[in-house]
Design a protein around this ligand. Structure first.
Ligand SMILES: CC(C)(COP(=O)(O)OP(=O)(O)OC[C@H]1O[C@@H](n2cnc3c(N)ncnc32)[C@H](O)[C@@H]1OP(=O)(O)O)[C@@H](O)C(=O)NCCC(=O)NCCS
Length: 185
C-alpha cells in the first residue's frame, strides 16, 4: 500500500553530512548553477536548455505533489545547495517509482555525497512510501553513478542498446532496480 501522504508531505531526511528537504522556489539559485552545465548535462543525457522562467515555475509546482518527491540536497555544515534527488513516475498499482539524482557542480562530485543521498532515499521509498520497486536508468559512460547505485543495492536488470545519441555516438542505457525484498546494504 502506497502512502500518498509520504509523497505529498515528504519528510526532511538527514544523512551524516546532508539534509534533504522539499525542493522548491527557494532553491532556484542553486538549481541554476548546474542546470546548463555541459558536463553534467551529458551525464544525465539532457539535451534541453532550460530557461529561468521554466525552472522557476517547475520549482513552484513541486511542493504538495502526491505522485513524486523532489528533495534539495543541502550540506548541513554551511547550508550550501548541492543538487537534487527525485522519486518520480509513480505506478501505484505496482508499487514502483523511478529514482534520479544530480549533484549540481563538478566540484562536489566524488566526495561520498551521492552515496549518502541514494541510501537515504531508497530507505524512504521502500520503508515509508511503501514501494516494492525503485528503478533507474544510467548511461554506460557514467561508471561513477553505476558504482554508487551498486553500492546502495541497485541490481542491473538489462541494457537498452543505443538508447542515447550523444554528439554523434550511440550510447547504451543500463536499467537497474532495488526491491523491498532485496537485502538492504
Ligand atoms: C552520480 C552521482 C550522484 C554520484 O555521487 P558522488 O557523490 O559523485 O559519488 P560518491 O562519491 O558517493 O561515490 C562515487 C563512487 O564511484 C567511484 N568512481 C568514481 N569515478 C569512477 C569511475 N570513473 N569509474 C568507476 N568508479 C568510479 C568512486 O571511487 C566511488 O566509489 P567507492 O566509494 O567504492 O570508492 C554524482 O556524481 C552526480 O550527480 N553526477 C552528475 C549527474 C549524474 O551523473 N547523475 C546520475 C545520472 S544516472
Amino acid at each position: 500500500m502506497i502512502s500518498e501522504h509520504a509523497l505529498a508531505q515528504q519528510a526532511t531526511l538527514f544523512t551524516p553530512r546532508l539534509k534533504l528537504e522539499q525542493l522548491g522556489e527557494k532553491h532556484f539559485a542553486g538549481m541554476m548553477q548546474g542546470i546548463n552545465n555541459p558536463e553534467l548535462s551529458k551525464l544525465t543525457g539532457t539535451l534541453e536548455v532550460f530557461t529561468l522562467e521554466r525552472i522557476q515555475s517547475w520549482l513552484t509546482g513541486l511542493p504538495g505533489r502526491n505522485d513524486r518527491a523532489d528533495w534539495a540536497i543541502v550540506r548541513q555544515s554551511d547550508g550550501v545547495f548541492l543538487g537534487e534527488v527525485v522519486l518520480n513516475n509513480l505506478d501505484e498499482h505496482n508499487q514502483s517509482m523511478n529514482f534520479r539524482i544530480a549533484l549540481s557542480s563538478v566540484e562536489v562530485l566524488n566526495q561520498g555525497y551521492g552515496t549518502e543521498v541514494t541510501k537515504a532515499v531508497i530507505d524512504y521509498g521502500l520503508d515509508v512510501v511503501g514501494l516494492h520497486r525503485i528503478s533507474l536508468s544510467v548511461f554506460a559512460f557514467n561508471p561513477r553513478a553505476r558504482r554508487v547505485y551498486e553500492k546502495c543495492g541497485f541490481v542491473q536488470e538489462g541494457v537498452e542498446r543505443d538508447a542515447l545519441f550523444w554528439n554523434g555516438v550511440w550510447v547504451d542505457s543500463i536499467i537497474m532496480s532495488v526491491l523491498s525484498s532485496d537485502p538492504r546494504v
